[in-house]
Write a protein that binds this ligand. Structure first.
Ligand code: ATP
Ligand code: MG
Length: 340
């Protein structure tokens, strides 16, 4: 049987902001797919363009120049009018924002807020919307949902509030859920519960999920495919097992090296990659990672010159690609990037 076409297809996405110091290219030449019922993990350091990418998919950038294509089941979203996008947001795609308190209103009860969301998108009656809101709170594992629907956001713990956000995002049964760092502020036990909840909901509803995180542990736990971003571009894309087993891009290898080791808790925790992320105001002509790259530093003068002046395009075997002149793929002698 032929592979079904992906739910979400992003091609050559660019997002630029006009600033007093010049245009900021926050996302550039980015392409990825999210198949039905699968999770794409997007990972990268702070400022790598993860949130800007997700907001672009949702059509939430005002004042930014968005180029390229974002298609939901073949329907182009870039350039749609605000009312058209509004119809899709909620019912076809929903987002959990990085900071839950900023998307919950402090003065309304959580039940009212979830019900309002349902009413706006389905034109449902108040009583039906309220019943649906209580159902949604139950589905995300909030005990005594009827009573808790009458409470305000500040009466919920961080983990429970994140469940409320998930209930709000899923009350209209979207096909695509974008979750931007949904567990960053939570302790590890609660984080694991929230990730398990998302996995269960995904199975039950064949939900497609984009999981944005700077935490490779989260990616390992939930993602099927992974997109590693650096400086607004794709550094590496691969199925999750391949990414962890045979990372091809020096940046990915750096991120993996900075993971704390589970087998040796006394090992130095979190070795950050030295150096700072690139300037998006004046992008260097070559590889954005070159100034911090161990592979470039260890290369010959000619190789270093190439990294500094020639921007690498993503390439590699089949579904594993890396944007590095010297990407190291296993057993691909024919590929240019076997130099490491
Ligand atoms: N409205 C804006 N105007 C100008 N620059 C912006 C705007 N929004 C984002 N940026 C810039 O775009 C870049 C990418 O930001 P983004 O929020 O996507 O990073 P991120 O990967 O989500 O980081 P974090 O892990 O900290 O959430 C940053 O350099 C940021 O300063
Ligand atoms: Mg972000």
């Amino acid at each position: 049987m032929a592979e079904p076409s992906p739910l979400l297809t992003v091609r050559n996405l660019g997002v630029a902001f006009r600033t007093p110091r010049g245009p900021v290219r926050a996302v550039d030449s980015l392409s990825f797919d999210v198949p039905h019922g699968r999770t794409l993990g997007i990972v990268g350091e702070s400022g790598s363009g993860k949130s800007v990418t997700s907001l672009a998919v949702m059509g939430l950038h005002t004042g930014a120049e968005v180029t390229g294509s974002v298609a939901l089941e073949g329907r182009e979203l870039v350039g749609l009018s605000e009312p058209e996008l509004n119809r899709l947001r909620g019912r076809r795609m929903a987002m959990i924002f990085q900071d839950p308190l900023s998307s919950l209103h402090p003065y309304y009860t959580v039940g009212e807020q979830i019900a309002e969301h349902h009413r706006v998108h389905f034109g449902s009656r108040r009583s039906a919307a309220r019943a649906r809101a209580i159902e949604a709170l139950a589905e995300v594992g909030i005990p005594e949902p009827k009573r808790r629907a009458g409470e305000h956001p500040h009466q919920f713990s961080g983990g429970m509030r994140q469940r409320v956000m998930i209930a709000m995002a899923l009350v209209c049964e979207p096909d695509l859920l974008i979750a931007d760092e949904p567990t960053t502020a939570l302790d590890v036990t609660v984080q694991a519960q929230i990730l398990d909840l998302l996995a269960r909901l995904q199975q039950e509803r064949r939900l497609s999920i984009v999981m944005i995180t700077h935490d490779l542990g989260v990616v390992a736990r939930v993602a099927h495919e992974v997109l590693v971003m650096y400086g607004g571009r794709a550094a590496e894309q691969a199925p999750v097992d391949a990414l962890f087993a045979t990372p091809a891009h020096p940046y990915t290898r750096g991120l993996l090296d900075s993971l704390p080791r589970l087998d040796d808790p006394d090992d130095v925790p979190l070795r950050a990659i030295p150096g700072t992320p690139p300037s998006l105001l004046e992008p260097a002509p070559g590889c954005a990672f070159a100034p911090r790259c161990a592979r470039a530093a260890a290369g010959t003068a000619g190789e270093r010159e190439r990294c500094a002046t020639e921007r690498p395009a993503p390439g590699g075997p089949e579904d594993h690609t890396a944007a590095c002149h010297f990407a190291s793929f296993p057993a691909t002698a024919a590929h240019e990037g076997t130099a490491t």
